[in-house]
Design a protein around this ligand. Structure first.
Ligand SMILES: *Cc1c(COP(=O)(O)O)cnc(C)c1O
Length: 389
């Protein structure tokens, strides 16, 4: 890998050489058949990943454009949205909804915890909602949503399920053909970005709508959007030689290669690999006296947020790691200075994570912590021994 540093933040994530190579291919016109063929294939690969009978959209933008696209095409001004929030990114739907005049109620968990399914049940029994947003893995806390518990509750009450998969897609199961305990109890919209668990540089929003969500768009008629109106994109996704807005040609090359790698590895294997990574990294860092913010039962496979033991200075610690080529992220909001976040997703390998565990151990030793790097690495190896290569 030509990377000089290990970028283990919750996105962007490590990019492999074949993706860089694809990205550096010659820029062609967006209607050039040679490009159109690649764009088409990347759309088909996206469809295969989500297993959807609806429409997928691969467009320039970040994950936030995907959030906006998901919301503005399904929920109209004055309609009601329930936000289930496990942190900073869950809360982002509140700001988004407000910008479009959507009526919002919020169920917020304490950071590090999940919203209880009973609370969701109660809220949905009391009021009718057009849609409910769920953040699959909240990047601020490392908490995963329990889709098996939440999706059936939301669908039973007739609302649309909008899933923010920005830090989960391609690493945690998001199968749009899966029925969660009832006929038609499926995820309706999934949105994601290119730079997290898919492992492609930032710059693409990827969104999938099932037939129910597409019907919701139709019912809305006029919506307060232009670039984000899926009606403008459906013809392009069916025939990428048509023009609506210029696609980011080189990013599409990169994304197509990234999706090839995702499907070649296989989704089931990827899910298992990420589960093992999450368990392994948390188990290893617990050995160092670092407490994961999320308990194991609710923890995401893709990233973890660790509280520092007494006596570790956040800025100094992260600078020390950066000095040895390991980039980790600070914590957000009230956890700033008290915790750090480590991404373990996408193209990240076991060797990289072992090296990260070693570097973190060294940095802790340097500030006088009494830690055993060997034991921590062994914990990681125990948890990841089951990974099938
Ligand atoms: C990163 C992230 C976003 C925002 O994506 P951008 O690409 O930064 O716009 C939204 N939701 C979740 C869960 C994320 O992790």
């Amino acid at each position: 890998m030509r990377n000089e540093e290990m970028l283990l933040i919750p996105g962007p994530t490590p990019v492999v050489d074949s993706i860089y190579d694809a990205m550096a291919s010659e820029t062609r016109g967006h209607t050039d058949p040679r490009f159109v063929e690649i764009y088409k294939r990347s759309i088909e690969r996206t469809r295969e990943m989500f297993k959807t009978d609806g429409e997928v959209f691969v467009i320039a933008g970040s994950g936030t454009i995907g959030m906006e696209m998901a919301l503005v095409n399904t929920v109209g001004a004055g309609e009601r949205l329930l936000v289930i929030s496990h942190g900073y990114f869950g809360d982002r739907f509140i700001q988004l909804g407000k910008a479009f005049g959507i009526e919002i109620d919020v169920l917020q968990a304490e950071w590090g915890q999940q919203v209880a399914p009973e609370e969701v049940e109660r809220q949905l029994s009391e009021r009718t909602y057009k849609a409910v947003t769920i953040t699959h893995a909240d990047t601020s806390t490392g908490v995963a949503a329990d889709l098996d518990a939440l999706v059936p509750i939301v669908k039973k009450h007739g609302a649309l399920v909008i899933l923010d998969g920005v830090c989960a897609t391609a690493a945690m199961e998001e199968d749009m053909s899966k029925e969660y305990g009832g006929e038609g109890y499926t995820i309706d919209v999934v949105l994601t970005g290119s730079q997290k668990a898919i492992g492609v540089p930032p710059g693409l929003a990827i969104v999938a709508f099932n037939q129910t969500a597409l019907a919701a768009r139709k019912e809305l008629g006029h919506i307060p959007a232009y670039y984000c109106d899926i009606e403008n994109w459906i013809p392009i996704m069916h025939d990428p030689s048509k023009y609506f807005a210029t696609p980011p040609v080189n990013l599409i090359y990169a994304y197509d290669e990234g999706m090839k790698l995702v499907l070649e590895e296989g989704l089931e294997k990827r899910y298992a690999r990420h589960t093992a990574y999450g368990r392994g990294v948390r188990s290893a860092l617990r050995e160092y006296g670092m407490k994961p913010l999320a308990e194991e039962e609710v923890a995401a496979s893709t990233l973890s947020c660790f509280l520092y033991p007494e006596g570790v200075n956040d800025a100094e610690f992260r600078a020390a790691l950066a000095g040895v080529g390991l980039i980790v992220a600070g914590a957000l909001a009230h956890l700033g200075g008290k915790a750090f976040r480590l991404g373990h997703m996408g193209n990240t390998t076991e060797d990289m994570l072992i090296s990260a565990i070693e570097k973190i151990g060294e940095a802790l030793k340097d500030v006088g912590q009494d830690v055993s790097i060997e034991q921590a690495v062994n914990r990681f190896k125990e948890e990841t021994a089951s990974i099938v290569q």
